[in-house]
Ligand binder design. Sequence first.
Ligand SMILES: O=C(O)CCC(=O)C(=O)O
Length: 417
Amino acid sequence: MITSEQLAFFARNGYLQLRQFIQPDTCKQLIDLTWERLPTSWRRDDPDTWAGVVADTCHTGDVHERRGHLRFQRGNILASPHIAETFGREGPVGSAVEAIIGHPIAPMRTRGFYVIVPFVDRNDISPVTRPHIEAHAVQVICLCYLDDVAPGGGGLSIWPGSHRDVYPTMASKLEHIAGPSHGEVMASWRRKMPIELHGLQGDVVLIHHRLLHAASVNSANKLRLGFLCDYLRNDADALCEQSPAALWEDWPAISALPEVERDSPCDISLLPIPSDIAALPQHHADGTRASTARSAAARLVRLRQPGDYWLSISDNPKVVGHPILDPLGGSLDDLGASVYHNGKPVASQSDFDFVARLDMSKGANRIYITDVNRPLWYRLLKIQMPFRNNEIVSAGILRSGVNTLTHDDRAQPRVRS
Ligand SMILES: O=C(O)CCC(=O)C(=O)O
């Protein structure tokens, strides 16, 4: 079902757009599921109602301060039979991904409904969103357009060809661990204008995991309605621990293409971002919570390394059983706790929860958590790959007053109040 021309296009450019690949009925069902998550005051036929403060999975904030980007990643999305049938391993999208990779895939991971609300009259904000690669392990990312996406209407921004430069800058094949040249390579691609993939209802955009991409700004008069999911090979855990070498080493279907098809230059050459656009901010500086939980999590991703110890303190009890470093709770300012490691104060590296790397000394380490005046939970994580299986070395509730956590390499930490 995937032709060798399509494989070669993916190899050169890092993406493939399968036009009208998903049935309109399925798209309509998924649109209905999206609307179940949008504010009840919003009306499908009235763009004037698409404004104000919205709570999505990432945080609660004014929709325009978030460049119109909303993500709904929880709830009954996984249970929807339309999603499993269409995007699951045996469905048309899962099969297309397996054909591109050329190796059995693991069960698909649903990311959820990604909505981009029209963002008008904001000429003082950059129309180009900063590109990224994912913070989590993934090999192929899928974005399905649930409705038509006109040019300028919130189509995915991509930097074709960037996968070839970015892949070798990583220290893991799949996890986000940056190697020494990563920052410089990212900076040079960030200076280029992306292209935007507009499309029709049912189009499926598949991208290589190291292709730079971004959610664009929607300047049309309708919502950009999308569904996102991720694919990995069934042996992804082992790949996470390996360092990248040749670009197509884990893509047997692409490796098997004749070199001339696989390795020809990218079809599109990108222009530099004009200086007047490059000078514009991504958000309004005032009134904008630039540090959303999502960007806090993205910052932590760039800092964690296998073997590190990280301490989190949160007002969300879920932190106790959660092996991923992301903050889960509220703003750091509201927590009120202070932390000392071997007598020295420790600052949080996130604006949400208290999250900090502890440079453990050999032998006994003492961590004091003081000024606890409300229910708070802590966890000490040891980072290991795959990152979703980080070791929870110790976790529990903190008592009011002073808590002492001890840790050394030979013993499990203990907490006393
Ligand atoms: O919604 C979109 O168009 C893209 C979302 C995206 O880039 C991402 O979350 O990785």
